[in-house]
Design a protein around this ligand. Structure first.
Ligand code: ZN
Length: 175
């Protein structure tokens, strides 16, 4: 499933209703919320690609389930997750906070905390020419994600934050 040619972001459909997004640049790949590892490794092998970073929006197993095996295969991979989730995402090696900006594959990626689905859920906002928001389980095409740990007020504030992002951004990708 090719999604955005300009950005070269590819979606692998897995499990019953999850999507693993691969952001490909040159021969490098950033994977978002790998619930499983097999289809990711197969795709990267078939296309002769290297895994550089894993972005984790939150700790649920259908978002981090494949991460350990990907680390075994690519031991130098950066695993980027909320600093508040060191216990539940213990294999993170780049711990981030709300408002922080990272340089990934030579591009600016902003961390936006969007609470509600969990108590520390984050989104990754890939800025630049074709902005993309990796929103995890906060927002789906049919509505917001389920509120497991946060409050309704937190989820409302999170959706307000998403709305306040620059209007030019064109794509919101849930995982
Ligand atoms: Zn979840």
């Amino acid at each position: 499933m090719e999604f955005n040619k300009a950005r070269n972001i590819i979606g692998l459909r897995v499990l019953s209703d999850n999507v693993i997004w691969l952001w490909v640049k040159d021969k490098s790949v950033v994977v978002v919320d790998p619930s499983v590892h097999t289809p990711v490794i197969r795709y990267l092998d078939e296309n002769n690609l290297h895994l550089k970073a894993i972005l984790q929006t939150h700790h649920h197993s259908d978002h981090i389930g494949g991460t350990k095996s990907l680390i075994e295969r690519w031991p130098n991979v950066k695993v980027i997750a909320s600093s508040k989730e060191k216990k539940r995402i213990p294999f993170q090696n780049v711990s981030v906070e709300d408002g922080e900006t990272l340089n990934i594959l030579g591009e600016e990626v902003k961390i936006i905390e969007v609470l509600g689905h969990t108590s520390s859920h984050i989104a990754f906002f890939l800025n630049g020419k074709n902005p993309v928001l990796f929103i995890g389980d906060t927002l789906f095409s049919g509505g917001c994600g389920r509120i497991f740990e946060g409050t309704y007020q937190q989820m409302y504030s999170s959706l307000e934050r998403i709305k306040s992002l620059p209007k030019k951004y064109s794509h919101i990708l849930c995982t």
